[in-house]
Design a protein around this ligand. Structure first.
Ligand code: TTP
Ligand code: MN
Ligand code: MN
Ligand code: MN
Length: 373
């Protein structure tokens, strides 16, 4: 059959912040495979290939239609030889032998399983694998393994928190946390961030930004919200991190570096009756209890940092990476969750909205639902 003309490839930027990517992915058959290969590279500590597969998947997600032949991807950025070979396999055979090889690899299977536990990163997973452990049961049965508090919670609520959170559940949690925050401080500001702000139907957690309209008044607020959630009997787990924010420091070059604002990683108990709509509570069929555990992240910056934190926590991770890369490579600026710094002019560029930040960068504004890169 004849190949369709290239997907206006000339207009596709190598930067995700110059592309519009909704949740509607026309190339899932490719991107699922590429993201699995990226994860495998991450487990093998192959940073270059990992990033290359992630970038390729991100470019394909932004296309307005499905790719049906290799001709259609000619001229697209970020698609290397490995990626093209994988796509060719999928186009010809309807499957990728390369990814099937990865999926059947014992080490990959074990690391994927172990890192699916809240609090377990690639390093810990690797350690357990080297000890010959292969299943979650074996880890729990191994007397010499010391789980930290987060990992214990991860195992305790494993079934619930490995189930996707629905939009209806996210909405219910928004109401609960908003009510709690307003009970403590009526003028407190709560904003939904993360995947749900990007319009995703499902997520692995729910992310919020909490602050006060007056500088400094946010101090102590997050701890009081946590206390109140505990008093209501819905706090199942809490890891609280104090602020280490220091405005005199320049924005970080390292994307992976976490931000310095006060935050907490929670597991909350969500009751069936609190979730509206026919979707109801996401739980196993046959599960009789009327509640589930849900992962929630809260970040509590001072209000003058609001725009930077909102932009940073809305994601996607790939979108954030490319925003920072664009700022640095194309504008000589340094962007992170705390600030935007112009290295040539040697000054911080203030912002009260996300629009301000895009404008400083000389970028057209990208709506949250177009950031699913
Ligand atoms: P996630 O909640 O990990 O991802 P997500 O909401 O996009 O997707 P999911 O549905 O799977 O939950 O992270 C959301 C954003 O928060 C992400 O862009 C990274 C950012 N983030 C920080 O900037 N600093 C932090 O310390 C943390 C924990 C997250
Ligand atoms: Mn479309
Ligand atoms: Mn999230
Ligand atoms: Mn999160």
């Amino acid at each position: 059959t004849e190949c369709s003309p290239p997907t206006a490839a000339a207009n596709v930027s190598q930067y995700a912040c110059l592309r519009r990517t909704t949740t509607e992915n026309h190339n899932k058959i490719f991107t699922d495979v590429l993201e699995e290969l990226a994860e495998n590279s991450e487990f093998n500590e192959s940073k270059g290939p990992c990033l290359a597969f992630r970038r390729a998947a991100s470019v394909l997600k932004s296309l307005p239609s499905a790719v049906h032949c290799l001709g259609a991807i000619q001229g697209l950025p970020c698609l290397g030889e490995h990626t093209k070979a994988v796509m060719e396999e999928i186009l010809i055979f309807g499957r990728s032998f390369k990814v099937e090889e990865v999926q059947s690899d014992e080490r990959y299977q074990a690391l994927k399983l172990f890192t699916s536990v809240f609090g377990v990163g690639p390093k810990t997973a690797e350690k357990w694998y080297r000890r010959g452990l292969r299943s979650l049961k074996e880890i729990l049965a191994e007397p010499n393994i010391q789980l930290n508090r987060m990992q214990r919670a991860g195992f305790l609520y494993y079934r619930d928190i490995s189930k996707a959170v629905s939009k209806a559940e996210a909405k219910a949690l928004s109401s609960i946390i908003e009510e709690t925050a307003h009970w403590i401080a009526p003028d407190s500001i709560l904003a939904l961030t993360g995947g749900f702000r990007r319009g995703k139907e499902y997520g692995h957690d729910v992310d919020f930004l909490l602050t006060m309209p007056e500088m400094g008044k946010e101090e102590g607020l997050l701890l009081r919200v946590i206390d109140r959630l505990r008093d209501q009997g819905i706090l199942l787990y809490c890891e609280h991190q104090d602020s280490t924010f220091d405005m005199s420091k320049l924005p970080s070059h390292r994307f992976e570096a976490m931000d310095h604002f006060e935050k907490c990683f929670l597991i909350l108990r969500l009751e069936e009756g609190q979730v509206e709509g026919d979707g109801g509570l996401q739980k196993d069929p046959g599960e009789s209890r009327g509640w589930r555990a849900v992962r929630v992240d809260l970040v509590a910056p001072p209000v003058d940092r609001y725009a930077f934190v909102l932009l940073g926590w809305t994601g996607s991770r790939q979108f954030e990476r490319d925003l920072r890369r664009f700022a640095s490579k194309e504008r000589g600026m340094c962007l992170d969750n705390h600030a935007l710094y112009d290295k040539t002019k040697k000054l911080f560029l203030p912002a009260t909205s996300e629009e301000d930040i895009f404008a400083h960068l000389g970028l057209e504004y990208v709506e949250p639902w177009q950031r699913n890169a």
